[in-house]
Design a protein around this ligand. Structure first.
Ligand code: FES
Length: 176
């Protein structure tokens, strides 16, 4: 007879749900001034800060959810909505800006029908403008983050960026 997974909101279930965050909470939950570190780690693991994650962090740190929401909404780095399977980090640093990052952003936005910070309707891509990615000699540059890791694409043109996105989409459809 198969056992059904527990779907209640009991503390054991929440601890299992956020097991990957446990080492960070063990280290920082009671250290004053560590909320941002905890939120950064939670976002790195789960891709965004869900209401459940915020409630769990509140429970473990003793910090009120309202305060956590206050911090999460104050800093642009935090997301309260899920991101796409592929996170496009488009560099808008100085070297990339000088080499046409705005045109690349325009091409991505037109091609995927999303603006900075938005996710495509199919949940495949999220576009995020970022500061220098550290590979300025390849400007303009974007990095695409997914479960498979980070992939960097340099010397982008309007045409090459569209081709790269089409290729990623095709690959995703084949593996779906
Ligand atoms: S400015 Fe874009 S990688 Fe440095």
């Amino acid at each position: 007879m198969s056992e059904k997974a527990c779907s209640c909101n009991c503390s054991e279930n929440r601890a299992a749900q956020f097991a990957d965050l446990a080492p960070t909470l063990e280290k920082y939950a009671k250290v004053p001034g560590s909320l941002i570190t905890i939120l950064q780690k939670a976002q790195e693991i789960y891709g965004y800060l869900s209401p459940d994650a915020i409630n769990y962090i509140s429970e473990m740190t003793g910090i009120m959810p309202a305060k956590i929401y206050g911090v999460a909404t104050f800093y642009a780095q935090f997301r309260l909505e899920p991101i796409g399977k592929y996170l496009i980090m488009l560099c808008k640093g100085t070297a990339c800006h000088v080499n046409g990052a705005d045109r690349i952003e325009e091409a991505v936005s037109e091609h995927l029908n999303i603006a900075d910070g938005e996710t495509t309707e199919d949940g495949l891509f999220t576009l995020n403008n970022v500061a220098c990615l550290g590979c300025c000699s390849l400007a303009p540059v974007m990095m695409v983050r997914s479960n498979e890791g980070d992939e960097t694409y340099g010397n982008l043109t309007k045409d090459s960026v569209k081709a790269i996105l089409d290729e990623i989409k095709e690959k995703a459809e084949v593996s779906a």
